[in-house]
Design a protein around this ligand. Structure first.
Ligand code: MRU
Length: 383
């Protein structure tokens, strides 16, 4: 998407420097900085410290990290060590493992001399695939938004609510939850988006920055506002992203998503999850019991990052000095609270049957055949 009129992806390859270029998200929305990652170690730090973040972008970054490692050392030992190192960076988003497994299954059978080139080609392929998946999610989500418009009075916008940043900077481009918003806006549908700030790291500020850059009307609201807005009929639809969705449709996403789903259910507001297929963990049924929830540093809750009036980007303490913080980064929304899953192949019920209808190649297996791209045959939408 565009930043100051220029099109960017959230990462890109610099052939001349043989390096991965990323938008360094630690500084957004206050400052737009680009960072150069020259080694797999650099990439591992960037994922762990959230220079890059968002499930699909973590996966794409890991694929480029593997390419950088294979260029430096294409041996079997390096391949295994890179897989382990990168997989350990963040535990919840399944896209990381999905991308690493795709790299390993391509590279292992090749002899070491062929690995560097093949790994880089695969990283490019995964990045392009992500863009295409998200574009398609946007088309299917746009159809859902269109269905709301006849109920609107002239000039009244469709009001959406989103949590965290499932935007273009969380993916390679388009975003997942935001792709329908961009496409609806571009189709001339009046929108207003309630953007949850998403403490502790305020990823909502990234969403607000994105929507503002694209000219989409939005308000940045505190995390606790959603229930109130829904009670007053000010939310037509919730759309969020996901870090891992189980084969029965439980959705693990940024902490606080579950509370939005509960409020949506109590108020009859449709609650949709934008779900690229690499985010489905076909090996897992019960999200609550089986998905590891990342526990991040307590300083993320006791401190807030912002820009001072003098223009400096600084952390400030918001809790009493020495207060212990607790920081579970994700929660699980059970499938019965999810109205539907917006995938690249269409919209389906959040259930094993719904997902199996769209992805029949996974329905009978053990979930390990997760390497199909967006051009794999797509059955008709189930929803
Ligand atoms: O901790 P983060 O910022 O990586 O968490 C991101 C989210 O929870 C997103 O909603 C999710 O990854 C979907 S991104 C398309």
């Amino acid at each position: 998407m565009k930043v100051n009129g220029r099109h960017y992806r959230s990462l890109w390859w610099d052939d001349h420097a043989h390096a991965l270029m990323i938008i360094d998200q630690r500084w957004l929305p206050h400052d737009f900085r680009v960072a150069e990652l020259r080694t797999a170690d650099n990439c591992a730090v960037a994922i762990r410290e959230m220079w890059v973040r968002g499930a699909p972008l973590i996966g794409a970054t890991a694929a480029y990290a593997m390419a950088l490692r294979m260029k430096a050392d294409p041996s079997n030992g390096a391949l295994d060590a890179a897989w382990d190192q990168l997989h350990a960076t963040r535990p919840t988003a399944i896209n990381l493992r999905w991308a690493l497994d795709r790299c390993r299954s391509l590279l292992e059978p090749l002899g070491p001399p062929a690995r560097a080139e093949a790994a880089l080609a695969l990283a490019h392929e995964l990045a392009d695939e992500d863009v295409e998946i998200n574009r398609r999610i946007g088309e299917h989500g746009l159809a859902l938004i269109r269905e709301i418009t006849p109920r609107k009075r002239t000039g009244e916008p469709v009001r959406l609510l989103t949590h965290c940043n499932a935007g273009w900077v969380a993916t390679v481009d388009w975003g997942t939850a935001t792709s329908p918003m961009y496409q609806a806006h571009d189709a001339g549908i009046a929108l207003h988006v309630w953007v949850d700030e998403t403490r502790p790291r305020n990823q909502g500020a990234l969403t607000a920055w994105e929507l503002g850059s694209h000219g989409i009307s939005h308000s940045y609201v505190v995390d606790n506002a959603g229930g109130h807005l829904m009670q007053h009929g000010l939310v037509d639809m919730v759309i969020v992203g996901t870090d891992r969705t189980t084969r029965r449709g439980d959705v693990c996403n940024k902490i606080g998503t579950y509370l939005k789903a509960l409020a949506a259910r109590d108020n009859g507001v449709p609650f949709y999850v934008a779900l690229p297929s690499p985010t489905i963990d076909w090996r897992v049924d019960d999200g609550f019991a089986e998905i590891p929830i990342e526990e991040r540093a307590p300083q993320e809750t006791t401190h807030v990052l912002g820009r001072t009036e003098a223009g400096n980007i600084e952390h400030v303490l918001v809790a009493p000095e020495g207060t212990p913080g607790g920081n579970p980064a994700f929660d699980v929304t059970p499938s019965h609270l999810v109205t539907g899953l917006i995938t690249e192949r269409g919209v389906c019920e959040a259930s094993a049957a719904g997902l199996a209808a769209l992805f029949p190649e996974h329905s009978a297996g053990d979930g390990r055949s997760g390497d199909r791209g967006p051009d794999s045959p797509a059955p008709e939408s189930a929803g």
